[in-house]
Design a protein around this ligand. Structure first.
Ligand SMILES: NC(=O)c1ccc[n+]([C@@H]2O[C@H](COP(=O)([O-])OP(=O)(O)OC[C@H]3O[C@@H](n4cnc5c(N)ncnc54)[C@H](OP(=O)(O)O)[C@@H]3O)[C@@H](O)[C@H]2O)c1
Length: 244
């Protein structure tokens, strides 16, 4: 029987939150790699906030995904057929591919699988989310020991790592997250000093109580009302890393 590829097509542009009708699961013949390309069986799909942006017809850093096209995505997978000189079957690769079981690509990067770490670590803490947190904190925000850092979306992919880096650097780190269970996770699992539940209270008042010396670094992951509250308490000369 001919092997088929299952793929998610962008059927319509979302209004507000993405809903079931915006995407459609379709089957298509397995793609064939040409010279310089490889066929990848996707194992992980990284679903990040930027995917929602790609679905929209707005000015952005890449062209929006066209209606009727397969949804663009960052995936990690295993090479099962290669006509690329630098890759062979069995290699683990990561890169801009699509929401589908099999992708053809010529630009994926080799994943340096090592240290007996599970593969998913290279899709999270050692992948884009980890790098965004690491370089955002160490190259852009550059806090000093003793600084107060606020991390929004502190239970999220980037925020959970950024917060822990802040603690390693000797800072007071206050998270902002939505809901009691996420705030518990942020404090008990990630070790942050405090967490403000922006869905359960008054963000500005709760941040003021959690940051008695003001805020030296805003590790901003969401913008909007949360960022406005942080900026109201920001100290002169503070640093901000704003997630793009
Ligand atoms: N992941 C990456 O590789 C990467 C790379 C470059 C830039 N970024 C940027 O970094 C930021 C965080 O990305 P992420 O991958 O960590 O995202 P994520 O894990 O999906 O976390 C996003 C979180 O943002 C919070 N949120 C959503 N809407 C909100 C709103 N209206 N007000 C307040 N909070 C809201 C939600 O947390 P609560 O449930 O706690 O509300 C949500 O879980 C994004 O701006 C993203 O574009 C990410």
């Amino acid at each position: 029987m001919k092997k088929m590829n299952r793929r998610w097509i962008l059927r319509q542009r979302p209004v507000g939150d993405v809903c079931d009708d915006d995407l459609q699961l379709v089957e298509a013949p397995l793609p064939q790699p040409e010279d310089g390309e490889m066929l990848v069986r996707n194992i992980y799909l990284m679903v990040a906030p930027t995917n929602r942006v790609w679905m929209s017809q707005i000015d952005q850093y890449m062209a929006p995904v066209a209606l009727g096209e397969v949804m663009r995505g960052v995936t990690m997978g295993v090479v099962i057929e290669s006509r690329h000189p630098d890759f062979k079957p069995g290699d683990i690769v990561e890169g801009g591919m699509a929401w589908e079981e099999y992708s053809v690509t010529r630009t994926a990067r080799r994943v340096p699988v090592a240290y007996d770490l599970p593969l998913h670590a290279f899709a999270s803490v050692l992948g884009n989310s980890g790098m965004t947190a690491y370089f955002g904190m160490l190259d852009i925000a550059r806090p000093k020991a003793g600084d107060t850092i606020v991390v929004s979306a502190a239970a999220g992919g980037v925020g959970s790592i950024a917060g822990q880096i802040g603690k390693i650097l000797g800072c007071r780190v206050v998270g902002v997250a939505g809901g009691e269970s996420k705030c518990r996770l942020v404090k008990e699992e990630y070790g942050l000093d405090a967490c403000v539940d922006y869905k359960g209270g008054n963000v500005l008042a709760d941040l003021r109580a959690a940051c008695p010396d003001g805020i030296d670094v805003d590790f901003e992951n969401v913008g909007g009302d949360t960022m406005d509250a942080v900026l109201a308490l920001i100290n002169p000369g503070a640093a901000s890393r704003f997630a793009g």
